[in-house]
Design a protein around this ligand. Structure first.
Ligand SMILES: Cc1cc2nc3c(=O)[nH]c(=O)nc-3n(C[C@H](O)[C@H](O)[C@H](O)COP(=O)(O)O)c2cc1C
Length: 369
């Protein structure tokens, strides 16, 4: 029988103690019309905090750059009305015994021009280049790039002021920060472009500015090899390249690296350590010396991209994920769809009620509970 106890050891980073190792993965739900967190959003997060999630990562929430999103139902993390809504969210989460970070998000060139809260605003990107590598706009000046970085830091400062427990920067999935990491979208020749170290400089600048804004609050960055338009993409082909990339983030002062994979049990460099080798979070932990979060199909048999095509997923075993965490391959385990489907998932796992874990039903995306 599965022993879930390794998931229920506490975890400490800086001044933050989490009761267990289970993190709710950030999931955009597009349920905040106008960009303002509302009663339904408060209840959604409060429910999961009350049911034992160790750390809740919010859905992606937008920085003040006007072109940050393609969806006017995605919450903002700036302005009095949105921040008042987030104040209610974090107060409710804390009252229920939970901890929470906002995931700070800017979609970069993934946003279609003419969409989102401010349809007339231009999209931001490192080089005015689309995800397919097509140049459609002028490259932004260094001053504009620095303002993009500062926009995350302004939101981070507000998160601290509101009482959030930490912050997460969305640096994955071909959104703005990841577009700086990626050669295809970053064609700059200044200090933000060129080698992998220079392509990581935007993230470093953002981390340093966030640190100035949040002081001791832990800073998480989410990264991924894969891109929304290219699941086979690999920013780092080798551990050496991965080390060069994450070293820049470590030196900038990040506390935790959240490594987005579609399947947690997939080895990152099987040619080196075999088919059961370290996953991305395992390699990043080994190379950076920092704690990491792993994620991907935990408790389910198929990966999340199917969710957007209306596919469900059968419940699956947790053993290998728990064994990897127990061995110290990574420190925290994020759970997406299983927690979207079932707010009680953590309690059921802790109480070894595995037969009550449900399949992920595609209709869960249409409801909001
Ligand atoms: C409906 C939905 C929305 C998502 N939105 C985000 C997001 O806003 N930010 C992000 O970093 N990842 C997002 N993801 C990816 C999840 O955080 C997670 O990495 C992915 O679902 C894999 O975990 P799972 O297999 O446990 O669902 C989303 C996934 C789903 C299913």
């Amino acid at each position: 029988m599965t022993d879930a106890s390794p998931l229920f050891r506490s975890f400490r980073i800086r001044n933050l103690t989490l009761a267990n190792r289970i993190v709710m993965a950030p999931m955009t739900r597009s349920r905040s019309p106008g960009g303002f967190p509302n009663d339904a959003n408060v209840a959604y997060y409060e429910r999961r905090a009350a049911a034992g999630v160790g750390l809740i990562l919010s859905e992606g929430t937008l920085t003040r750059r006007r072109g940050a999103s393609n969806d006017a139902d995605v919450p903002l993390f700036w302005g009095d009305q949105a921040l008042a809504g987030w104040q209610r969210v974090i107060d409710a989460v804390h009252a229920a015994g939970g901890k929470m970070a906002p995931q700070l998000w800017h979609q970069g060139m993934s946003r279609k021009p003419g969409t989102g809260h401010f349809p007339d605003a231009p999209s931001d990107g490192p080089s005015g280049v689309t995800l397919m590598g097509k140049k459609i706009a002028e490259e932004p000046s260094e001053a504009e790039v620095l303002d993009m970085a500062q926009a995350y830091a302004d939101a981070a400062g507000d998160a601290k002021r509101l009482g959030f427990d930490c912050i997460e920067l969305h640096g994955a999935h071909a959104y703005l920060i990841d577009e700086f990491f990626w050669e295809r979208t970053n064609q700059r020749t200044d200090r933000f472009g060129g080698s992998i170290e220079k392509r990581a400089e935007f993230a470093a600048e953002t981390i340093r500015r966030c640190r100035a804004a949040v002081g001791e609050l832990p800073i998480i960055i989410r990264i991924s090899q894969w891109k929304s338009v290219d699941y086979a993409a690999k920013l780092a082909q080798t551990p050496e390249e991965l080390e060069r990339w994450v070293r820049v983030l470590v030196d900038a002062g990040v506390d935790i690296i959240h490594c987005s994979q579609r399947r947690l049990v997939e080895p990152e460099f099987p040619g080196i350590d075999g088919p059961k080798g370290l996953n991305l979070a395992g390699w990043v932990k080994k190379l950076s010396g920092l704690p990491t979060i792993s994620v991907g199909s935990v408790g389910l048999t198929s990966e999340f991209t199917g969710a957007f095509k209306g596919e469900g997923s059968a419940a699956g075993k947790l053993d290998e994920a728990i064994e990897r965490l127990d061995r110290g391959e990574f420190d925290l385990m994020a759970v997406g769809r299983a927690l979207l489907q079932d707010p009680e998932w953590v309690n059921k796992v802790e109480q070894h009620r595995f037969d009550e874990l449900r399949d992920y039903d595609a209709r869960a995306l249409q409801t909001y509970y």
